[in-house]
Design a binder for this molecule. Structure first.
Ligand code: SF4
Ligand code: SF4
Length: 269
């Protein structure tokens, strides 16, 4: 339950596993009496792709965006550090992007906002060696959208909210969080936490790390990948997720060169 967890804290998870074809009743929009009530007092973790899209929407550098709109947050089950949206310092702790008419960043709103009132879970099918998504409903007392409205399947809802194209680029990132959750309370070295936070929040810093440190002396990266990640933030992110899997879990996705100085090694979990 990595990406969509903790959007709101006072909530009831309906303990029913929903499949893509499962129908539920929901309606939302400016006409509902609870309009905008769900956009306050949130613990809203941003995915790396959320950060890219919001940053570009505002025409900011990543550092500027992070400083202005986010704060660090430790995901409770995994213990991994991410950036979350910093709520306004008003009585209701409203989202910084909430305006009179609703969400002011609607086309680039975070993945967790797109999902609500659904939640996403990822289940590891060990027999088949692959991950399976499942969904669940999140009920909060103030949300009246679940009481009436048209029936819609989970799949239709996901498409209507632009979820597949927003979620796909961060699938591997979600897998890292889920894998750490499944390991339980394993202590993660500070250096590994810093690397995870850098890749998860700041592509500009990660690019400097790749091209301006000893990174390329330690890891083998082919020329085609290098030219893509030099220019393309999304390609850089995806490379970063594969590299994190390699250094955190010992997966051989980004290979080390044979001679690695001992002090530069990050011990896998
Ligand atoms: S980003 Fe938009 S939808 Fe999400 S909490 Fe803020 S105002 Fe609401
Ligand atoms: S509380 Fe529920 S129905 Fe009301 S605006 Fe938020 S998501 Fe829509």
């Amino acid at each position: 339950m990595a990406i969509t967890e903790l959007r709101g804290m006072d909530r009831i998870i309906v303990p029913i596993k929903l499949e893509p074809g499962t129908k539920f009743v929901f309606q939302c929009g400016p006409g509902v009496p609870c309009f905008k009530l769900c956009c306050s007092a949130l613990y809203l973790p941003l995915t790396p792709y959320d950060i890219l899209r919001l940053r570009d929407h505002f025409g900011l550098t990543t550092d500027e965006f992070l400083l202005q709109y986010t704060e660090p947050f430790i995901l409770p089950r995994s213990g991994l550090p991410v950036a979350r949206l910093k709520m306004r310092d008003d009585a209701e702790k409203t989202c910084p992007f909430l305006g009179e008419e609703g969400c002011t960043v609607y086309p680039v709103r975070p993945l967790a906002c797109r999902y609500y009132p659904l939640g996403l879970g990822i289940f590891r099918n060990r027999d088949e060696g692959r991950n399976e998504d499942f969904y669940y409903l999140v009920k909060e007392g103030f949300c009246q959208g679940l009481d009436s409205g048209p029936e819609i399947t989970v799949d239709e809802y996901r498409k209507s909210q632009g979820i597949p194209e927003t979620e796909e680029p961060v699938k591997e990132w979600a897998e890292i969080i889920m894998k750490k959750e499944s390991l339980g309370p394993v202590e993660v070295p500070e250096k590994s936490l810093q690397l995870f936070f850098m890749v998860s929040t700041n592509p500009e810093r990660f690019r400097r790390f790749v091209f301006e440190s000893k990174f390329l002396e330690i890891f083998e990266v082919d020329e085609d990948t290098l030219s893509r990640i030099r220019e393309d933030d999304l390609a850089l992110l995806q490379f970063g997720f594969r590299w994190l899997k390699s250094v955190l879990f010992g997966e051989n996705l980004v290979r080390r060169r044979k001679e690695v100085p001992e002090h530069r090694k990050v011990k896998p979990l």
